[in-house]
Design a protein around this ligand. Structure first.
Ligand SMILES: *[C@@H]1O[C@H](CO)[C@@H](O)[C@H](O)[C@H]1NC(C)=O
Length: 293
């Protein structure tokens, strides 16, 4: 397995100072507690606040899964959470963290889905992107660590240039704005931030072959360090087009060399499925796959 180096101190300091600078005119800072920015959307007796509301526990049992959502929608920005997934035998479960425009016909959506597995088998992260109502852009990566042992940070960066999904500081997916080439890009509709834990053993693990072992229930996933920085809707109309928003800054307009190297490393060593190369589904390669990453 290839090794992964961590960001140089310089990078860390640059991004930290950009961050501090940005916070001074940021529209939305790091919330202290879950309930400040989120509401429970599904099965409130399956979501428990812990650590004074700074963390939450999601529960899945035979009676129900559960979910929560941001109170606001956002147009561009960066959303991240630390998540500790279900340990041990999590086959058939899906934990999701996503942004969604909540518009049925012309849906925009940016998805992280964590597909459980049998004990000792790797968790799979599936990402998908809907732009202007069209999805079916799945990619899958097997995680290179046990995501149930510790909290890890999962981030969606969404600006005018690209959407980047990252795991800790490792980009695992980039979707560029290639509107100039006629490729749709989510840009008009604000999106809410959502998370759910549910059973999906008809498809999730080994294509539905591995079923949930309910004798292991209840299943628990943990979340903390909710961070949404973006242009809230309702909110000032001019925010989303403001080039001074830190997430639109030069450092966020393309992957830096360190990020680009890590991204290649993930694609070479951990990618297990890419719709772009699935000829049975797409005899003609989708245009965004050819437009450069
Ligand atoms: C689960 O483990 C199997 C066997 O290692 C692997 O093929 C698969 O990609 C893993 N993930 C899912 C979601 O099935």
């Amino acid at each position: 397995m290839a090794t992964l180096t961590y960001p140089s101190m310089r990078n860390a300091i640059v991004s930290l100072s950009l961050h501090v600078l940005a916070l001074s005119f940021s529209v939305q800072g790091r919330p202290a507690t879950f309930l400040q920015d989120f509401r429970i959307t599904w099965s409130d007796y399956h979501i428990r606040q812990i650590d004074g509301g700074r963390a939450i526990q999601l529960v899945l049992d035979q009676s129900s899964g559960c979910g929560f959502a941001s109170k606001n929608q956002y147009l561009f920005g960066r959303v991240s959470m630390k998540i500790k997934l279900i340990p041990g035998d999590s086959a058939g479960t899906v934990t999701a963290f996503y942004m969604n425009s909540d518009t049925d016909t012309i849906r925009d959506e940016l998805d992280f889905e964590f597909l459980g597995n049998r004990t000792g088998q790797p968790y799979t992260v599936q990402t998908n992107i809907y732009a202007h109502g069209k999805g079916d852009r799945e990619q899958r990566v097997n995680l290179w660590f046990d995501p149930a042992a510790e909290f890890h940070t999962y981030t969606i960066l969404w600006n005018h240039r690209h959407v980047v999904f990252s795991v800790d500081d490792v980009p695992i997916r980039v979707y560029k704005n290639n509107e100039a080439k006629g490729i749709p890009y989510p840009k008009f509709q604000p999106m809410g931030v959502y998370s759910t834990l549910w059973e999906a053993d008809d498809w999730a693990t080994r294509g539905g072959l591995e079923k949930i072992d309910w004798s292991k229930a209840p299943f628990y996933a943990y979340y903390k360090d909710f961070d949404i920085e973006g242009c809230p809707r309702p909110g000032p109309e001019t925010c989303a087009s403001n080039p001074n928003n830190w997430w639109e800054g030069v450092a966020y307009q393309q992957l830096n060399p360190v990020e680009a190297r890590r991204y290649r490393w993930v694609r070479m060593n951990h990618m297990i499925y890419d719709y772009c190369t699935d000829k049975s589904r797409y005899p003609v390669t989708p245009p965004e796959c050819l437009a450069g990453i």
